[in-house]
Every structure is written in structure tokens, then in C-alpha cells.
Write a protein that binds this ligand. Sequence first.
Ligand code: GTP
Ligand code: MG
Length: 136
Amino acid sequence: IEETLVLVKPDGVARGLTGAVLARIEAKGYALVDIRLVEPDRDVLAAHYAEHEGKPFYEPLIEFMLSGPSVAIRLAGNRVIEGFRSLAGTTDPTTAAPGTIRGDFGRDWGLKVQQNLVHGSDSPESAARELGIWFA
Ligand code: GTP
Ligand code: MG
């Protein structure tokens, strides 16, 4: 069975949307394998976001992810990687489709980094790598 890493990012936790995200995951029928509240340090975030190092939004992204706790979820199910990304919606919350987590709950707050509530691994390789980082 496929697994993925889902994060409810600091904006989602701070806004009290963890339950709403979990409700959608459970309604879709995916299985919670593990879940924890995490306060990642800079090393964890640098590993997680290694692919974005050097991009203009990288530092604001790291600072944002350090701004408060995230909820890390190990999620399982057939095709759960693409399934959760479909639930999440596209990266930019302003234009993410209504009905998705980002589309329903996200918006542009005029900040240096897009705050889009959740993360989901984008491939089996990313999922294995990221689960090893957050559930070490
Ligand atoms: P994740 O599930 O969080 O990985 O989102 P994603 O796969 O849809 O986006 P991606 O991995 O490309 O980017 C990671 C995070 O960086 C995003 O979730 C945003 O918070 C931020 N980000 C990505 N692209 C941009 C951008 O063009 N501008 C800004 N300001 N932030 C961005
Ligand atoms: Mg990504």
C-alpha cells in the first residue's frame, strides 16, 4: 500500500483547520498510520525543502515553517500521493479550485511566501524521503 507525508503547515494549525483537513482525509477513506505535532528545526526544513534552495521564496518559506508547529501525518492508501494532492488543490491558494483544501480555506495574505495550509509529497521517491525526515 502506498504512503505519503501530509503536513498541516503552521498557518493551518494556527487557524484551527487541522480538524477540517483530517475530516476531508478521513471522508476520502485514507488511513491514518501515524500523526504527530512537530516543531521542526532549520535542519529538518532544509532537508525537506532541499529542492527549493536558492529560489526567491526559500528563506521566507523556511521562516514561515519555523513560525509555529505543524501536524505531520503518515497517510496510506492506493494512489494516496496523487489523491491527497487532488484534495489539497494547486499550490497558489488564490486560484486553487473550490472544493479543495487550499481553494476553500486559502487566500493571498500579501506575504513573501504563499501560505497554503498543507503539504503533500509529490512522488513515491519524495514520500519515502520526506517520511524519513519527519518520522525519523
Ligand atoms: P507542497 O505540498 O507544500 O510541497 O506544495 P507544492 O508541491 O504545491 O509546492 P512546491 O513544492 O512547488 O513549493 C513548496 C512551497 O513553497 C509551497 O507550498 C509554497 O508555500 C511555496 N511556494 C512555492 N512556489 C512559490 C512561489 O512561486 N512563490 C511563493 N511566494 N511561494 C511559493
Ligand atoms: Mg512540493
